[in-house]
Design a protein around this ligand. Structure first.
Ligand SMILES: NC(=O)c1ccc[n+]([C@@H]2O[C@H](COP(=O)([O-])OP(=O)(O)OC[C@H]3O[C@@H](n4cnc5c(N)ncnc54)[C@H](O)[C@@H]3O)[C@@H](O)[C@H]2O)c1
Length: 364
């Protein structure tokens, strides 16, 4: 059954999340936002996603829109650079894109974050829509308007808050996603349960066989439930001044590991390692029980997410890099801990020693 959620921004309807199992209603939904079919459309995608879906999406768009171009980047986090955004600007200028035109992000979180950033900055803002194709982007990155690129050694260092006009999820695209990328997406899904909804956390464990087999009904339910959590959090705190920071659970150390692995580990895998550490600190501080902590590790492992670090990365380096992360407030790291399953809280006084002790558990 197709599903729809409306996301509010500053208490006003801003955009819809449409969950379908094909691309049939994509154009119809775009025209619903704006009936103007004279606008030029640029599909921004990566080579892997493009090889599966670009042709179908372009042909569907061409039935209504006169000019549809595609700009493709190599897949992977290493492409998430300002220079690739500049190349997109050049393509848009060459094709005379103006403020009435439209960008479409067809791909995972890398493509989504970059398209959003290009849309926010090209001519001081043009419309864009998200067509997320990885599990991670469907449940998390396509919602909430955080856009940006990596800069120097820092993740998402340059960016903007800029809302899409539509998020159109075709759950069938998950069929071509690798097992490792499916697991990576599950990192954010487990996070949603841990920070916000204990019942959902229990549900995903009960339905783990269906998730791993990519059962269409189970995946649709899972995407819908995670989208509801992400929507609720970003509606309450669109600019990350409060509870939106809970979504960074596992990300403080996770981003540092991601950077130090030189992106050999996927985002969700690094978030999994970061969540294992944050759960460990939560247990050691007495905020969750030992049983809860070992259960978090078991759930992560059920979804083939790592709880041990397979690369030779020194804990001290992880702490150093995490301190240069943008989640710092002054000289203090903004850490998210669990104060119970389904209940996150921000902590500003996690010490280096606590982080190092937690990181040591990744290699025991
Ligand atoms: N904006 C936000 O709020 C937010 C939240 C979380 C993560 N992120 C960002 O998202 C990025 C991670 O997203 P991601 O995991 O989607 O990464 P990604 O975009 O690199 O996609 C992962 C890989 O899967 C491939 N892929 C995607 N969809 C596919 C499909 N249907 N079939 C086959 N292959 C497919 C891609 O080509 C790529 O190789 C990171 O850059 C992270 O910083 C942003």
């Amino acid at each position: 059954m197709p599903k729809k959620l409306e996301v509010l921004y500053e208490n006003k309807p801003c955009y819809n999340i449409i969950i379908e199992n094909n691309f049939e209603k994509l154009v119809e939904n775009i025209i619903e936002i704006s009936p103007n079919t004279d606008r030029k459309v640029c599909i921004f995608t990566d080579d892997l996603v493009g090889s599966h879906y670009e042709k179908e999406v372009r042909e569907r768009l061409r039935e209504k829109f006169n000019l549809v171009i595609t700009y493709t980047i190599p897949n992977g986090e290493n492409s998430k650079t300002l220079s690739n955004v500049e190349k997109l600007y050049e393509e848009l200028i060459k094709n005379h894109f103006d403020r009435r035109d439209l960008l479409i992000a067809l791909g995972g979180g890398v493509v989504g974050d970059m398209t959003g950033f290009a849309a926010a900055t090209y001519l001081r803002g043009i419309d864009f829509i998200q067509v997320p194709t990885s599990l991670l982007s469907q449940v998390d990155s396509s919602i909430g308007g955080k856009t940006g690129v990596d800069y120097l050694q820092y993740k998402n260092m340059v960016g903007a808050f800029y809302m899409p006009k539509l998020v159109y999820i075709n759950t069938a695209t998950l069929n071509t996603l690798s097992d490792a990328q499916l697991a990576s997406g599950m990192g954010e899904v487990v996070k949603h349960g841990l920070i916000r909804n204990e019942a959902y956390y229990a549900w995903m464990e009960t339905h783990s066989a269906g998730v791993l087999a990519r059962d269409p009904q189970v995946m649709e339910e899972l995407i819908y439930e995670s989208c509801k959590i992400k929507k609720a959090v970003v509606e309450e705190d669109p600019k990350e001044q409060g509870i939106r920071a809970y979504l960074n659970f596992g990300h403080t150390l996770g981003h540092a590991i991601e950077r130090l692995s030189n992106f050999q580990l996927f985002h969700g895998q690094c978030v999994s390692l970061g969540m294992a550490c944050a759960s460990y600190i939560s247990w050691k501080r007495g905020y969750i029980s030992e049983a809860d902590y070992t259960h978090v590790l078991a759930v992560l492992e059920t979804f083939h997410l790592p709880t041990k670090l397979s690369l030779p990365i020194a804990p001290q380096d992880v702490v150093s890099v995490s301190k240069s992360d943008k989640k710092m407030v002054g000289k203090r790291v903004k850490f998210v801990l669990l104060h119970g399953i389904g209940n996150a809280a921000i902590d500003m006084d996690v010490s280096d020693e606590e982080m190092l002790e937690a990181l040591a558990t990744l290699s025991e």
